[in-house]
Design a protein around this ligand. Structure first.
Ligand code: PFF
Length: 456
């Protein structure tokens, strides 16, 4: 059977294209590597008991994350539009339904909701740049660092100001467009971040508690594993790889035809996982060395790393650079979170990129005020999963992303015809067969199984 694509001419994207294969890999890595690796992974692993969670997370990354990422890129490149329009177009082209566009709509919403709180935490990192540079952490005790964090997040005006600043930065880059804005930011950030994680790792190896940290992360205690923590691991795999919400689909739309989707996905998944593991290995020994609680929650990184920097030679410098890099990592991820909404508004309502970005950014900023307040004024307002922040996080990571990912692999594995996917993935060899097996059976069944068991 011939490919389902009408005519043989290849489409091109309205929004421009990546200048090279490397630019694409950098952009996807920039979107994947972010607060999810350094801020979220350690605290979620800590809250879910460590070892068994980490193991489930790694399995989810490999058998679910990798095929979903490949599916998202191939769908994006084939449609070459915003995620809503791409799903609608391919749904029709593959002889199914235009309602598949709802997968794109779900992604646009997920991106807006995730960025609403992501920007708040990214704002914390901006504040920590200033705190680090001013030397407040030099020689500080664990209590002092902890109190510093608590009084900072307790001040809603300050947190709101940092959130506003960060959203301003995100809007600025996204408004500049694909080539000028997105590519520039990631070129040096990932290698530099890796380097600093290694410096921190060196410190934690010498902390005397490295063995405890490693044991916590890698000794699985399955007794502590509940279906909810399996869902948290699955959600974290989606979150950290930026999949399940159309961001990678939007990036795939700007990908040149000849780039290998499998190779690019493998590179991104490896870099992302390595950085999360390094973050855990740097942080948990410090937690045990200072009698802190691994289940500390969202403040974990802000309570541990400044402590290590405060005791290091050159700590003021390293700490400042580290938080600058973390803010950069968050920045390149924020771009991915906005891209589906912005590309959709540009195409659907014929707005300029700048107008679409300002509109999206304003909505996200407003929604984000809920998360700003959930660490102070509204800290006691708890329902369902906890505070407003907890609820937005749970809804997006644990429900919207897995659901979006499920629909995306089902679409690529079952709705798209074999020739269309083989065409995008470059042939029908062993790798293609492995992808298809994962995309048709293992990933969808795995996601459904976890979702059903955790939610019932
Ligand atoms: N992957 C990012 C992180 O780990 O911080 C978060 C993220 C970015 C999720 C972009 C989704 C996205 F589209």
């Amino acid at each position: 059977m011939l490919s389902n694509r009408a005519g043989d001419s290849k489409r091109s994207s309205l929004h421009g294209h990546w200048s090279s294969r490397m630019a694409f890999i950098l952009a996807v890595t920039g979107s994947a590597v972010g607060l999810g690796n350094i801020w979220k992974f350690p605290y979620i692993a800590g809250q879910n008991g460590g070892g068994a969670f980490v193991l489930v997370y790694l399995v989810c990354v490999i058998v679910i994350g990798m095929p979903v990422m490949m599916s998202e890129i191939l769908i994006g490149r084939r449609g070459r539009r915003n995620p809503v329009a791409t799903m609608e177009l391919l749904g029709k082209e593959e002889g199914s339904s235009s309602h598949w566009r709802l997968v794109g709509t779900l992604g646009v919403l997920a991106g807006i909701l995730i960025l609403s709180y992501y920007s708040v935490i990214a704002g914390w990192t901006l504040a920590y740049v200033v705190k680090s540079a001013s030397g407040v952490f030099v020689g500080a005790s664990a209590e002092a660092v902890g109190e510093n964090f608590a009084s900072f997040v307790g001040d809603w005006r300050l947190v709101a100001l940092c959130h506003t600043l960060f959203m301003g930065l995100a809007v600025f880059v996204v408004a500049r467009g694909v080539e000028r804005g997105l590519e520039q930011a990631v070129r040096f950030m990932v290698p530099a971040l890796l380097f600093l994680m290694l410096v921190l790792l060196g410190y934690s190896i010498n902390s005397g508690y490295f063995g405890e940290g490693v044991a916590f992360m890698f000794t699985p205690d399955f007794e502590r594993l509940t279906w909810n923590s399996v869902l948290a691991a699955l959600g974290q795999a989606f979150f950290t790889l930026s999949i399940g919400m159309g961001a990678i689909m939007a990036y795939g739309a700007y990908l040149p035809e000849e780039t290998s989707i499998t190779g690019a996905s493998a590179a991104v998944v490896t870099a992302d996982t390595a950085i999360a593991m390094l973050a855990g290995l740097a942080i948990f020994p410090l937690v045990f060395a200072n009698n802190l609680d691994p289940a500390d929650g969202p403040g974990l990184v802000f309570d541990t790393l400044p402590l290590a920097f405060g005791q290091m030679a050159g700590g003021v410098f390293f700490s400042t650079v580290f938080f600058v890099l973390l803010a950069f990592a968050a920045w390149t991820s924020a771009i991915g979170l906005m891209e589906p909404a912005v590309a959709w508004i540009v195409e659907r309502f014929s707005k300029t990129r700048a107008q679409a970005t300002v509109m999206t950014g304003s909505i996200i900023w407003l929604v984000g005020l809920g998360s700003v307040l959930s660490f102070n004024v509204l800290a006691d307002l708890k329902f369902l999963a906890g505070t407003i922040f907890d609820n937005v996080d749970y809804l997006t990571s644990n429900i919207m992303l897995p659901l979006g990912g499920l629909l995306i692999v089902v679409f690529a594995g079952w709705v798209m015809c074999r020739n269309s996917t083989a065409d995008e993935l470059g042939g029908s060899g062993t790798l293609y067969k492995a992808w298809r097996l994962l995309a048709r059976f293992i990933a969808p069944v795995g996601i459904l199984f976890v979702l059903i068991n955790a939610i019932k």
